[in-house]
Design a protein around this ligand. Structure first.
Ligand SMILES: Nc1ncnc2c1ncn2[C@@H]1O[C@H](COP(=O)(O)OP(=O)(O)O)[C@@H](O)[C@H]1O
Ligand SMILES: C[C@@](O)(CCOP(=O)(O)O)CC(=O)O
Ligand SMILES: [Mg+2]
Length: 388
């Protein structure tokens, strides 16, 4: 049996980091996906065979004998309560980390160990110690602010829960082989993916796994999700500075700054909340045609610029990000970092009336710094599955 699931990455238009501290944020799915393909042999004896994961983008594969997993994880391996995932306990996480350490991961790719821990937790909690192989491939740059960690956890959870028979597809995505899950099943996938995201991020807000699961453009605050009807989707150029960074460390850095300067940072988070609220109203207003496209874009650009200033206050900008801001400003274009910052990706709002020539010029200038530019479709489908 083969089950495939694919989950999109995301951009955050406003509110990253502040969302971890209770502010609103606005995010949208993009048309770059992580795909997990799960192959399960017919059920055999408990403890026989191996659990294998092939991370094709990193050209690395890992496997663990089921007997070893059973020995190390005991009860966990005997399947958790599938309808209500419980958080991974520190003891369990330590046992999983030891299983990951059985493999020598090259120093340059050591950040993969968090992803492997999330994999082992999700696999053994959902399918127990049953042998199987998962092949993961992604069109998303990893560790660059486009939510690859969430897309990884959502696609894995989607495939594993489908195999366990607790979720199933209800409809098809027009013109493709992909199928969609109903709302309740998506909720369940999202809850599991959040547990995976916790292993990778430490203290995630839940916005990335939510937008990857449900798709579309959303406003998110304290776990509450509002779908934004966006009419004409905004056009964004994404610049990947190719400066590697780690969301867990950046989120922890902002929390440390907040504990050193609680009042000042509370004001920063409050200001971000106001920006996200205003941005989401503009997006929704634009869908009703009560505001012209130009006016919508001008307002969005100003809010993005303000949000970027506040992200600098949080200490998550980077010289590479500042280079993108300066380069695009020369062409009167506004940019802001997206995701955790510290490098990674930057968004540039592309106004509808911007000439092709200017777009080409700005892209050439950004690429001359060694950055990679690309355009994405914003606000599409979330998790999709396929049973082969
Ligand atoms: N396709 C993948 N294969 C293996 N691990 C992945 C994959 N995608 C994401 N990860 C895990 O997620 C981490 C990146 O997450 P993070 O630092 O949150 O950045 P982002 O979510 O912005 O890409 C990686 O270091 C890895 O542990
Ligand atoms: C910084 C944060 O707001 C978003 C992180 O996104 P990413 O992992 O950088 O794609 C953290 C979170 O909301 O969990
Ligand atoms: Mg992430």
């Amino acid at each position: 049996m083969e089950i495939r699931a694919r989950a999109p990455g995301k951009i955050i238009l406003a509110g990253e980091h502040a969302v971890v501290h209770g502010s609103s944020a606005v995010a949208a799915a993009i048309d770059l996906y992580t795909q997990s393909s799960l192959h399960l042999p017919p059920s055999g004896e408990d403890g026989a065979g191996v659990v294998e994961v092939d991370l094709t983008d990193s050209c690395l594969a890992f496997s663990w004998p089921c007997s070893r997993l059973l020995e190390a994880l005991g009860e966990t391996c005997r399947k958790a309560e599938l309808q209500a995932p419980r958080p991974c306990s520190p003891e369990e996480l330590a046992a999983i980390a030891k299983l990951v350490e059985l493999h020598e991961i090259p120093e340059a790719k050591i950040w993969l160990s968090a992803g492997l821990s999330a994999f082992l937790y999700l696999y053994t909690s959902i399918l127990g110690c049953r042998p199987g192989k998962v092949v993961v491939s992604s069109g998303l740059p990893m560790g660059a602010g486009l939510g690859s960690s969430a897309a990884f956890s959502v696609s894995l959870s989607g495939a594993l829960l489908t195999a366990a028979g607790v979720v199933c597809a209800e409809g098809v995505v027009g013109g493709t082989e992909w199928q969609l899950l109903g709302k309740d099943h998506l909720e369940l996938v999202n809850t599991w993916a959040f547990q995976g995201e916790k292993i990778i991020h430490g203290k995630p807000s839940g916005i990335d796994n939510a937008v990857s699961t449900f798709g579309s453009m959303i406003k998110f605050k304290k776990g509450e999700l509002t779908n934004l009807k966006s009419g004409n989707p905004v056009k964004m150029l994404i610049t990947d500075t190719r400066v590697g960074r780690n969301t867990k460390a950046l989120v922890a850095g902002v929390s440390e700054r907040a504990s050193r300067h609680p009042d000042a940072m509370a004001s920063v988070f409050h200001a971000v909340n106001t920006i996200s609220e205003e941005l989401s109203s503009i997006v929704e207003l634009a869908a009703t045609d009560e505001i012209s496209m130009t006016s919508k874009e001008e307002k969005l650009a100003e809010l993005m610029e303000m949000n970027q200033g506040l992200l600098q206050c949080m200490g998550v900008s980077h010289s590479s990000i500042e280079t993108v801001l300066r380069s695009t400003l020369k062409y009167n274009l506004v940019s802001k970092l997206t995701g955790a910052g510290g490098g990674g990706c930057v968004l540039t709002l592309i106004p509808t009336l911007l000439s092709k020539l200017v777009l080409e010029k700005v892209t050439t200038e950004l690429e001359s710094h060694g950055f990679r530019c690309f355009k994405v479709e914003v606000g599409g489908q979330g998790l999709q599955t396929h049973r082969g």
